[in-house]
Write a new protein. Structure first.
Length: 189
């Protein structure tokens, strides 16, 4: 399959990983694409490259053997596609795109995803239907849940954890609040 990666992707990868690392991955991209297409299944038909495309991965619009539209996402290893795979498998389409079953893709780092309908904006729907679509997300606050095995916060817990994560020493902890140690006024009867 001959194609040119979208310029938006080429520029973004150069900005994120440096021009050398981006050029190395982009040179291997045709081979990686062929391997991902073969691993996704023999009856997968490639329609086209999604343009202008994303900023972190190549997305191919494909059709499965039964005619179901899908998207094949091929990301560089530094983008950590295995974490995205774990998150999408955990959420199982609730408030996110659904990861389609393609077990041979696990080793390649490519993802076979359901194809969303980008031409229909949630804002264009009547309010009641939009609310129902929004309610489809899992309950509880923002509708986001952490995949298993990921840390609950990116900084160490305990006093001064965020400051330690940034390389700064924790602030000293006072033994008692200031208001508690101030002399009190005499009580009048």
């Amino acid at each position: 399959m001959g194609f040119e990666p979208p310029q938006r992707l080429v520029r973004a990868l150069g900005e994120m990983y440096g021009d050398g690392a981006a050029a190395e991955w982009l040179d291997r991209l045709p081979t990686l694409t062929e391997q991902a297409i073969d691993a996704a299944g023999p009856d997968l038909t490639v329609e086209r490259v999604a343009a202008p495309g994303g900023r972190s991965a190549l997305v191919l619009l494909v059709r499965q053997a039964d005619g179901t539209p899908a998207a094949l996402k091929i990301a560089p290893p530094r983008a950590e596609p295995e974490q995205e795979r774990a998150a999408l498998a955990h959420w199982n389409g609730w408030g996110s795109v659904k990861l389609l079953d393609a077990p041979d893709l696990d080793a390649s780092g490519a993802l076979l995803l359901e194809r969303l309908h980008h031409e229909v904006s949630l804002r264009s729907l009547p309010e009641a239907k939009a609310l129902l679509e929004a309610a489809r997300a899992p309950s509880g606050g923002s509708g986001w849940s952490r995949p298993p095995g990921t840390p609950s916060r990116p900084w160490p817990s305990g006093p001064g954890g965020r400051r330690r994560a940034c390389g700064r020493p924790p602030r000293p902890i006072r033994s008692s609040p200031r208001w508690w140690t101030r002399p009190s006024r005499p009580v009048r009867n």
